[in-house]
Write a protein that binds this ligand. Structure first.
Ligand SMILES: C[S@@+](CC[C@H](N)C(=O)[O-])C[C@H]1O[C@@H](n2cnc3c(N)ncnc32)[C@H](O)[C@@H]1O
Length: 268
């Protein structure tokens, strides 16, 4: 349904794993832009600890959730829309076993999640928020789920507009899936409306550019083996995608921004 930024059908599981390790510094079966360094920063930002409860919205194959659980001892619930993705990950043994402290729930995060109020000490939502439309009800639901005023929310938006983007660039960037491009001022206003308190806004574009560059290098190097299954057009598409990310990021038109948020004391 929603593809990875880089989708290499020609890559065997072993090659995928090797490439992710090379590109991200850790193979967490991530589908976004999170490197090992970023996952470690997430531990600082979200402050999970033994016994605390973390919700990861749009968790993909649950790899980043598993990483955070393993690093901190927190219990993590991941919510993912794509049933097929979860079933495939389960078949391939990539999902955590029952009782490991990580649970994956198939649900649409645009609707109120049928989870108990105040059930979480932190929420993460990484490289997913452009799919969450309308945003207001989603933020209200997250606020409902956070337990204390100091509970943290981390939203990383990979497509924050700071300059013009052409229709052709947008089509290549999104793969034809609808992405809501939200200026950071609009996102801040939506947080305020949901009585959530913005603590910090961190520009993660340089890290995303390093990942795009590393993917381009890896795809180019593995070109011959990928061509067999993917074909010339698909491999070229991946290289064009990486180049576009570099172009949009270097020209400072689309940036990847992390919003670090506290539930705060205000009334919902
Ligand atoms: C780019 S991937 C990021 C996955 C994961 N956060 C990571 O960093 O590896 C975006 C994920 O969001 C999921 N997603 C999109 N819309 C969603 C929704 N309405 N509810 C739950 N998940 C959604 C997609 O299926 C996809 O797995």
């Amino acid at each position: 349904m929603f593809s990875r930024p880089i989708d290499l059908h020609g890559a065997s599981p072993a090659l995928w794993s090797q490439l992710r390790l090379e590109v991200y510094g850790v193979d967490a079966r991530q589908h976004g832009w999170s490197t090992r360094a970023e996952l470690d920063r997430m531990v600082d930002w979200l402050r999970p600890h033994s016994g605390s409860r973390l919700l990861d919205v749009g968790c993909g194959e649950g790899g980043p959730a598993r990483y955070l659980a393993a690093e901190s001892g927190a219990r993590v619930v991941g919510v993912e829309l794509d049933l097929e993705l979860v079933q495939t990950a389960r078949r391939e043994g990539a999902l955590p076993p029952l009782g490991s402290g990580v649970e994956i729930v198939v649900a649409d995060a645009r609707r109120s999640l049928g989870l108990q109020s105040a059930a979480f000490d932190a929420i993460s939502c990484v490289d997913v928020v452009p799919h969450l439309v309308p945003l207001g009800p989603v933020l209200h639901d997250w606020r409902r789920l956070l337990a204390q005023p100091e509970s943290r929310l981390l939203v990383i938006d990979p497509v924050v507009p700071f300059g013009p983007v052409s229709d052709a660039e947008l089509r290549l960037r999104t793969g034809g899936v609808h992405y809501e491009l939200r200026a950071s001022a609009d996102f801040s206003a939506a947080l305020q409306k949901a009585s959530l308190q913005l603590l910090d806004e961190i520009d993660l574009t340089p890290e995303m550019l390093a990942v795009a560059d590393a993917w381009a290098t890896a795809v180019q190097r593995e070109r011959q083996s990928l061509l067999v299954l993917d074909g010339e057009a698909a491999v070229q598409h991946q290289l064009d995608f990486c180049r576009l990310i570099l172009e949009l990021g270097c020209s400072r038109r689309l940036r990847r921004i992390a919003y670090l948020v506290a539930r705060g004391h205000g009334r919902a």
